[in-house]
Write a protein that binds this ligand. Sequence first.
Ligand SMILES: [Zn+2]
Length: 278
Amino acid sequence: MLVNLVEILKMAEEKKCAVGAFNTPNLECISAVLKAAERLGVPVILSHAELHEPVAPLSVIGPVMVKAAEKAKVPVCVHLDHCETLSYMQQALDIGFNGVMYDGSMLPYEENLANTKKAVAMAKNYSCGVEAELGSLASREGGASAGSGPVYTDPDQAAVFCRETGIDALAPSFGTAHGIYKARPVLDLDRVKIIAEKTGLPLVMHGGSGVSPDDYRTGIRNGLRKINYYSYMSRAGVTAVRELLEKEEVTFFHDLALAAQNAMEADAEKAMRVFAGL
Ligand SMILES: [Zn+2]
């Protein structure tokens, strides 16, 4: 059942939990995530990142994501992750995406503010919620270095940004990073609490996979309502494929894909349990 970003975040707020947002650049990921969510009976977000365009173009995977969400037995939001160009966002809106993250975090503040306002105005014509980012993580989506290191979000600036743009959710920077962590992340979860209080909005954790269950729980208590999770799920798929290849001679690629899907499903389910407080 398709629900938009605003509605799914409201469900999380009511239960004081977080909803997982998983990148799904192929059918195996879509199936893995939806099966795990249906087994647990929890709402879930399927995301497409602009970065994954070479893996699966939005024009191809987007309609598949929307169809799969409509058929799912749990509430599903179909979300555009880290969209940096408004024309790309328009494509997603036309396909039926009902959540978008406009990411102007690498731009100067005023430009981020102006573009985020434009994104909110565009989404208003559709049943679509908007997430935006302020401050920047230590790494870009995909794990590449951001160059200048992390810029933690200033709570007062966040309050002004949220009020002026009219966004529905904010992704602050508080110590997480995209990709696989090289060292245990040290998170400023008090900052999350202050930003949640000052903005009054649901907050989003990017670089969510690889964070400890305790940090998830504290973060959720402090106002995180959406957790982006992908790298560790994807790596679980790779590990399953490697193990299968070491164990036996494999002829068909679909056997590898299925092994990866099952492992990703198990990993996603584990994450969803923590996010939902199960
Ligand atoms: Zn992200």
